[in-house]
Design a protein around this ligand. Structure first.
Ligand SMILES: [Mn+2]
Length: 580
């Protein structure tokens, strides 16, 4: 912690020299991804906060931190005591600046914040004559002396048998038909569009890149050392530039019609918005298209879920048999699970850092065990939220199990069953075409709400095809999101319940939106394949249809996985999927 204090003090010293009151810094980098690489984890380096969503606002006398419900407990643990922490659902950075700051100079690196963010911040700041200043001279980056280096590992091309759509087809769907210039700033969109994947981010096969598309030209901006010869030979129409040329290229545009995605960093938007250009902020057209999985992507997603189910059976059987005999730490459990996933030849990497949490640690929604993590304890709940990137598909699955010789308490069983009912409400729902995710979110919370309980995270997020484990535009959440749920979208279904410092329960499957047999209605097909914990289900709380769902899901799990498992695993799985 001494190191952290010194870093913050150095930053404050620099602010003083420049007569700046506050420095604003967040978890995102210039590519605005949820998970930046270690060499861009500025907030973590400065504050020790390792979560995926946080904003710090730092002055000589005050330190504020904003994060969402998933990370409140974690930030309290990781940050130095001087920070005052806010749940951004209640006080976010914008309302804070508006209500609590007056005539302050606030500096931030405008490369690392979206256009929307900076525009909103500037407008809120103005009201009390606060001024937003760009960290042009990289004051912050200059403080970070021992910054890790970027790796130059070559990217690779995904064959059409995995993507179901060629790069040409995709480009033709979004390319401007007139003289406009379309600027795609999101690396995820570029990877989807070009059917390429790489190694720039841990757990997501991303390549840091940008793309410019006109009626005639396709210009790719990427670290040239990462481009394989195969790509140069096959994609002859793509002009390749070094990623550093992006800034100079767009700053040269003059009198152009430019379409650019809303999510571009403010710094680049500002460059475009010069020289008499007509800049229109649009929804990145790739985002919607990539959310609608084609039949090939669905096929590979199902294959990935089958692979994943096999690994989960091996893992949970191993865990049940070993946690008493050996000292199994949360960290070791995560490692063993990863090793079982690795047995599959199509496994690429985990899809995020495994949340392997025993007892009270599971109440930290995005807890990640470190090497010195505690041993998994007996007669406790154990929560494991993990996923895999497989060639062609991405998975994300959570199971909460009771480990112990005693029986779980009645109250734990009741809470687990309430969470399960919410999960089943989503899994079995039929809903009219045109329904948006936020309109069904309360169905997952209904049983908890009626007891005055809730969970502090969304019910469902979109999931990519061998790409981001969190992707838009769809979601199931309390937050209003006007994206309509459409056939082909994949989402998570993950209600939970958490008791601070005591335990955590979450049940998560991925679901695919598809047409229902009722005309004009849609429904979900559950993709994940692993049983719920029968020891934790209070079956008298389930109605006939809910019991039927559990039984038919469990029989599907057994039927799907058993042909690929040896006899001892099947005996175990049979017990775990017996009728209730
Ligand atoms: Mn999830």
């Amino acid at each position: 912690m001494k190191e952290i204090k010194e870093r913050i003090d150095k930053l404050i010293h620099q602010l003083k020299l420049r007569k700046i009151d506050f420095y604003l810094i967040s978890t995102s980098d210039e590519f605005l991804n949820e998970y930046p690489p270690n060499y861009n984890m500025r907030l973590k380096w400065l504050t020790n906060f390792s979560g995926s969503n946080g904003i710090a606002l730092i002055s000589r006398s005050n330190k504020y931190f904003f994060t969402d419900g998933r990370y409140i407990l974690q930030s309290k643990k990781q940050l130095i005591k001087d920070f005052k922490i806010f749940d951004s659902a209640k006080v976010n950075i914008f309302s804070f600046v508006l209500n609590y700051l007056k005539k302050k100079q606030i500096m931030l690196d405008m490369r690392c914040f979206s256009t929307n963010f900076v525009k909103t911040l500037i407008s809120k700041a103005k009201e009390n004559r606060n001024v937003i200043v760009n960290d042009k001279k990289k004051l912050f980056d200059n403080l970070w002396k021992d910054r890790p280096k970027e790796l130059d590992k070559k990217f690779f091309m995904l064959e059409e048998r995995f993507t179901g759509q060629s790069f040409n087809e995709k480009v033709n769907r979004i390319r401007p038909k007139d003289k406009s210039i379309l600027v795609i700033s999101s690396p995820e969109s570029v990877c989807w569009l070009l059917n390429i994947r790489g190694y720039d981010v841990e757990n997501t096969p991303l390549i840091f890149s940008r793309l410019i598309l006109t009626k005639q030209k396709i210009e790719l901006f990427v670290n040239k050392n990462k481009v394989p010869n195969e790509f140069i030979n096959k994609y002859k129409k793509v002009l390749i530039f070094d990623i550093n040329k992006f800034e100079t290229t767009i700053s040269k545009y003059l009198n152009k019609n430019i379409l650019v995605d809303k999510q571009i960093s403010y710094f680049f938007y500002d460059l475009l918005n010069n020289n008499n250009n007509n800049v229109k902020l649009i929804d990145d057209p790739c985002i919607k298209l990539k959310s609608l999985k084609n039949s090939v992507e669905i096929k590979y997603s199902k294959q990935a879920h089958l692979n994943d189910g096999i690994a989960l059976v091996k893992f949970f059987k191993w865990l049940g048999e070993n946690y008493l005999k050996k000292k199994v730490t949360e960290f070791l459990a995560a490692k063993v699970l990863e090793d079982f996933r690795k047995e599959n030849k199509d496994f690429f990497s985990p899809s995020f850092g495994t949340i392997s949490a025993s007892g009270p640690n599971a109440s930290i929604i995005h807890y990640q065990p470190e090497q010195n993590s505690p041993v998994i304890k007996e007669d406790n709940l154990y929560l494991c939220d993990s996923g895999g990137q497989y060639y062609g598909g991405t998975t994300d699955v959570t199971r909460t199990v009771f480990l112990g010789k005693k029986k779980p308490s009645n109250i734990i069983k009741e809470l687990y069953t309430k969470v399960l009912i919410g999960h089943i409400n989503i899994a079995t729902l039929k809903f009219p075409v045109g329904t948006k995710g936020f309109q069904i979110d309360s169905l997952a919370r209904y049983n908890l709400w009626n007891c005055g309980l809730d969970y502090n995270h969304g019910t469902g997020h979109g999931v990519g095809s061998f790409l981001g484990v969190h992707e838009g535009p769809q979601s199931i959440s309390k937050n209003i999101n006007n994206t309509v749920l459409e056939p082909g979208m994949i989402l998570s279904n993950e209600p939970g319940y958490y008791k601070d410092k005591m335990f955590g329960i979450r049940i998560e499957n991925l679901v695919l939106v598809k047409k229902s047999s009722f005309k004009g209605f849609l429904e979900f097909e559950t993709l994940s394949l692993f049983p719920y914990d029968l020891n934790l289900i209070k079956s008298e709380m389930l109605n006939k249809d809910q019991k039927k769902f559990v039984n038919s899901y469990h029989s599907k799990v057994y039927k799907s996985l058993s042909p690929f498992l040896k006899k001892n695993y099947n005996l175990w799985l049979k017990k775990k999927t017996k009728l209730i």
